[in-house]
Design a binder for this molecule. Structure first.
Ligand code: DLL
Length: 424
């Protein structure tokens, strides 16, 4: 562990720390941020109502629209002169979501990312190829600061330009790499095309995240790159990368840094808190941020909380199963792209490259699945359609595509769903 005292804090002490930090956060928001004061008034709560952790349920959620309404700096709880960095994530519509960090926040950011890198297998003195995008996106600079905190030699490659990435991997021989899982596959294919065998360049550990991926993809990346790959999760609104990371030895469920980020799983429709183990929307409160802490932020990500694995005492979160707003309602059936991916994972001869295309034929929505495959016969196509019908409950049309024909990551996030329903 990078931070053993914190990561293995006994549970009663952890709960007490969380309560104290949540109380301080609520107090801070109420006294410094007019928009929160108004939200609390509307919900009929005051900071004094937070007497134990279960009282949090009485407090309102924060949603992406709250950040948009306050664009760009309306949710700051420090004077603007104390801001030391700004990140932003582009949404599908309108203005980007802006997040601000003060000196304390940058310290927290580096600390939690250092824990992630350590859990992922990185150790001081290793060389780290950081292929997350640098810029307004939190991935590049976030992992960069955490790597320096841990003591890694950091190569700030950023995303894209695959030929140069390959050259640097060949010349520098880093032990650790971070990028999106879809881009890891692109790099693996490029290395193979250069005649490299898995692992021959000395890469050992990969931190992959920022987009949904599956255990099948993990096996594929591990086999092709010769690494142990772990799942890193985070979002700009809460900090960026660094909310949670899997341990390279356990490789199941990402340890969530619960002393900084308070997790709740809630029902996607009613917002009611669900018990650990049940699937729902992840809601996070940043308890140690000072420039722009958020209370009960509705991430939209669907997952469940898993028990800690000793010696760590913090709970883990499962893979993200989808986003509550990514859900496709196809002729009355709720479908998440990740369910389709999971259904395909067990079929031999299919590649992990797929695209879901939604169209409208007359009044009816159609879901068309394009997937790369080793064979292109009717038998395999029928098997795909049958498997999706059995496992997901919807009828799709399917096209088996040759290798290399579907979109690949260009270094950033890869979108697996194309919605053409609004087009003629
Ligand atoms: O993607 C932060 C990040 C950078 C995480 C690098 C990991 C590595 P945003 O651009 O704000 O921030 O996007 C956040 O991406 O709400 C999830 O829907 C998705 N996401 C992030 N990590 C994972 C993951 C960064 N490991 C949104 N698995 C989140 C699935 C993920 N989805």
């Amino acid at each position: 562990m990078f931070d053993p005292a914190a990561e293995s804090l006994p549970v009663p002490a952890l709960r007490a720390l969380q309560l104290a930090r949540l109380q301080a956060t609520v107090q801070r928001l109420s006294s410094r941020v007019p928009a929160y004061r108004a939200k609390f008034r509307e919900a009929g709560v005051t900071p004094d109502d937070l007497r134990d952790l279960t009282d949090l349920a009485r407090f309102p959620f924060t949603r992406k629209t709250d950040l948009r309404d306050a664009y760009p700096f309306g949710l700051l709880s420090v004077p603007r002169s104390e801001v030391r960095r700004v990140h932003a994530s582009s949404g599908t519509t309108g203005k980007p979501t802006v997040v601000a960090y003060d000196e304390n926040d940058l310290d927290v950011f580096a600390q939690v990312v250092a824990r992630c890198l350590h859990a992922a297998g990185a150790r001081p003195g290793m060389l780290f190829h950081n292929a997350y995008g640098y810029g307004l996106f939190t991935g590049g600079l976030g992992l960069h600061a955490g790597a320096e905190r841990l003591g890694l030699g950091t190569v700030p490659v950023s995303g894209g330009n695959t030929a140069r990435q390959v050259e640097l991997l060949e010349d520098f021989r880093p032990e650790v790499i971070a990028c999106t899982p879809s881009y890891a596959l692109v790099l693996a294919e490029a290395l193979r095309a250069r005649g490299h065998a898995p692992g021959d360049l000395g890469l050992q550990y990969a931190l992959l995240g920022a987009e949904p991926w599956s255990d099948t993809m993990r096996r594929e990346v591990e086999a092709k790159l010769g690494v142990r790959a772990t799942n890193i999760y985070g979002l700009s609104e809460i900090i960026g990368p660094g909310v949670s990371n899997e341990d390279a030895e356990v490789q199941h469920g990402s340890h969530l840094w619960e002393d900084h980020f308070y997790p709740e799983i809630v029902d996607p429709v009613t917002g009611e808190i669900l018990p650990d183990g049940e699937m729902g929307v992840l809601v996070l409160t940043s308890m140690t941020r000072t420039a722009m802490p958020l209370l009960r932020y509705w991430t939209g990500d669907l997952t469940r909380l898993l028990p800690p694995v000793p010696p760590r005492t913090m709970r883990r979160m499962d893979r993200i199963q989808g986003r509550s707003d990514d859900m496709i309602v196809l002729r009355g059936v709720n479908v998440y792209p990740s369910q389709v991916e999971a259904a395909l994972a067990d079929l031999p001869d299919l590649r992990p490259h797929y695209l879901l295309v939604l169209t409208r034929q007359g009044p009816l929505d159609e879901l068309h699945l394009r997937v790369e495959a080793a064979r292109h016969d009717a038998a395999l196509r029928d098997e795909v359609i049958r498997t999706v019908k059995d496992r997901v409950g919807v009828t799709v049309t399917c096209e088996l595509c040759p290798d290399g024909t579907l979109p690949r990551s260009e270094g950033g996030k890869l979108r697996r769903v194309q919605d053409l329903r609004a087009q003629r």
